[in-house]
Design a protein around this ligand. Structure first.
Ligand code: IMP
Length: 196
């Protein structure tokens, strides 16, 4: 029997990425587009793991299938870890988020930051597993580049000189927090830690 997993998101980019990563496993990847009546999950956790777990558990319970969910964001050391789990709510669009971050970082000498991604996998029996991927780097003084999304134009990964918005998606996918977490999540699925 082919197993199914539901991605707790309607984001087509995330769905494509997950399908590509799991293409060599016998598993069908569905998303919340297949469950339009699914209840909205409120992301009110104080950690990325908490939010990812909450989403995966609620969707597994609702769909009665294996579910996978992620939560990600940017932590800036000089800001005590902000915007963190509030990354998407920091301002109303990508440009405003970047502008606001640069403004609060004015005169800050320590520019260390990291992107974090937590991915949770849950089955309807409430068995769960959560993994984390991180990429460390620095916040630039000004935005650069047109690729990517979110805070990419102001983030330079350790060992790089270009921002995430100046490197190709292939290159970013080799080192990103999401890629690292996805590889760990795939291992969880392969090891069949969560039998349905
Ligand atoms: P979510 O995990 O889809 O809720 O996204 C959280 C927010 O973190 C996004 O809206 C972005 O602002 C930010 N973020 C997460 N991952 C990245 C990334 O790879 N590049 C830039 N911004 C990111």
């Amino acid at each position: 029997m082919i197993k199914e997993i539901v991605l707790a998101s309607t984001n087509q980019g995330k769905l494509k990425e997950l399908r590509k990563l799991l293409s060599d496993i016998e598993i069908k990847v569905l998303s919340l587009n297949d469950f339009p009546e699914a209840p909205e999950v409120i992301e009110d956790g104080i950690t990325f793991e908490e939010n990812a777990l909450k989403k995966a558990m609620q969707i597994a319970k609702y769909t009665k299938k294996l579910a996978i969910a992620d939560d990600s964001g940017l932590e800036v050391l000089a800001l005590g870890g902000a915007p963190g789990v509030e990354s998407s709510r920091f301002a109303k669009n990508d440009k405003e988020r970047v502008d606001k971050l640069l403004k609060v970082m004015e005169n800050k000498r320590n520019r260390e930051a990291k992107f974090i991604c937590a991915i949770a996998i849950a089955n309807p029996g409430n068995e769960v597993k959560v993994v984390r991927g991180e990429v460390e780097g620095v916040i630039t003084e000004a935005p650069k580049g047109n690729c990517g999304f979110g805070y990419d134009p102001v983030f330079v990964a350790e060992g790089y000189t270009k921002t995430f918005a100046e490197i190709s998606m292939e290159e970013k996918n080799k080192i990103s927090h999401r890629a690292k977490a996805l590889i760990k999540a795939k291992k969880v699925l392969e090891e069949k830690l969560l039998e349905v």
